[in-house]
Design a protein around this ligand. Sequence first.
Ligand code: 5GP
Ligand code: SF4
Ligand code: MG
Length: 457
Amino acid sequence: CGVFGAYSPRPEPLLEDVYLGLYALQHRGQESAGVAWINGDGMAKTVKGMGLVHDALNQHELSQQETRVAIGHVRYSTAGGSLAANAQPLVATYARGPVGIAHNGNLTNGKAIAQYLESRGAIFQSTTDTEVIIHLMAHQAHKPPLEALIGALRRLVGAYSLAVLLEDRLVAARDPWGFRPLVLGKRGDVTYIASESCALDIVGAELIRDVEPGEIVVVDEKGIRSLRIPVEPKRHFGCAFEYVYFARPDSIIDGRSVYAVRKELGRLLAKGSPCPGANLVTGMPDSGTLAAMGYAEESSIAYEKAIVRNRYVGRTFIQPTQRVRDLGVRIKLNPVPHLMEGKDVVVVDDSIVRGTTAQRIVTLMRGCGARNVHLRIASPPVRFPCYYGIDTPVSEELAAARMDIEGLERQVGACSLAYLREEDLFEAIGRGRNDVCTACFSGHYLEGKEIDHDLDL
Ligand code: 5GP
Ligand code: SF4
Ligand code: MG
């Protein structure tokens, strides 16, 4: 998912900024989009719809509203189904006033908290884990809203990057591990929060900095304040897959350019798994393009954009059924025939999930006369599901979990298949093994002391 928020000291058409921000974050979720704001009468308002930002929301209508604080969300489901009831921001008025929450991530103790709260009488309106945050606040109605929010956050385990409306304040919060990105920006005296810096660029705002893991940033008429979520500091566990695939390349996450990381992944892949006989390198569009450029540069083999992507087809993995997924891939990618003929081609992609894309494209390339097709993957094999907010399928559906590399090579029909080494992933991101999450590659999830449930309210 993607989140966005804006705060201005005086009423402005901020909802249009939110609309634009969500538009730039569209790659983070295509199922639903929504905005929430505080009306002139102090009530929280929300507009949500299913589908893409452009279909779900009306830019013109939003631009007519003036407000001082607004948030927005684009969703792709990890916890809870693809239903209108699960569209965000979630908005409620509880004993202490209005609250709105836009959440990117996935709470690993969300179910446990929901069960606990239900046993004490809570009635949930949605099946998203985000709703537990609002209920946790409502159960602490004896505290002022900001303290209730902090009291809720300290009980959460897992991934959350939040944009929160709290009365007339804008609040940003990032879990103590920093799984998902979250940044602060500024344009004049308007302050923004966004999942990725590309959403600041679109509204002409400047990137100030990342929200730190475990940090709460409160923006109100007094300015910008930084607070900590009151838990023991955790190790940084920022998602490696954001750099590999999920984020937009023009974003900067935790100080590192996604574009630069992707090219470096390609260079290191070329060093670790060269292809000396090849005479052409190409990338699987769009996700493999930058790594392919890095691979070509490092290996001094010519680079061509030899696979064309129909830009009107959405990201195939968003489609729900296997059948639609298969059809989607066929519609989406096509090799340029004359570039294939008689060539030894290296195809670089960012990752293999179910193996559909790779198998299809190798077949098409051979059909166009490619002599040899070598597949190079700019990340380690994805063998484990993600519990922290990326919709990787269960292990049984992951090609690299079902087969060894030779089996997969045969299955996709490539002459050779090689993956990036794990240490190269750490090197490209510029962080140590204990400073970044690679659980979907390594199976090393959070454990032990990092997960303690203190639900006592
Ligand atoms: P496959 O065809 O192997 O199922 O999917 C591989 C393609 O899906 C790659 O080109 C990759 O860019 C994209 N992809 C990357 N991340 C994800 C993810 O989290 N889930 C899914 N299903 N696909 C992804
Ligand atoms: Fe990212 Fe993979 Fe960790 Fe999930 S398991 S947070 S996708 S690195
Ligand atoms: Mg792809």
